[in-house]
Design a protein around this ligand. Structure first.
Ligand code: SF4
Length: 89
């Protein structure tokens, strides 16, 4: 599953990919990047926050939380990148 976050102006800000086949539903990502990830009805992670505020400080916080969530996923199911750049992992 690939989804994106957008600025409040509607411009794509980040592309977030979750390998839902690998996801084991540990909920680690949601505990780290609160408000970005949650478990869906299928017990797999999903992105719940699709609109990021146009605020650099908040953006940096979200970016760090995404890095930490991706690094903490026990099955490395999360990758993300700023729109237009190579993948972070
Ligand atoms: S941390 Fe990884 S395995 Fe755990 S719910 Fe998130 S994507 Fe799934």
């Amino acid at each position: 599953m690939t989804t994106d976050t957008r600025t409040s102006a509607g411009r794509p800000r980040r592309l977030i990919e979750i390998d839902t086949d690998s996801c084991v539903g540990s909920a680690m990502c949601g505990s780290i990047a609160r408000g970005v990830f949650a478990l869906g009805d299928d017990g797999k992670a999903t992105v719940v926050d699709l609109e990021a505020p146009a605020d650099e400080q908040i953006d940096d916080t979200i970016d760090r939380a995404l890095d930490e969530a991706a690094a903490s996923c026990p099955v490395s199911a999360i990758s993300w990148r700023p729109a237009g750049e190579g993948a972070h992992r």
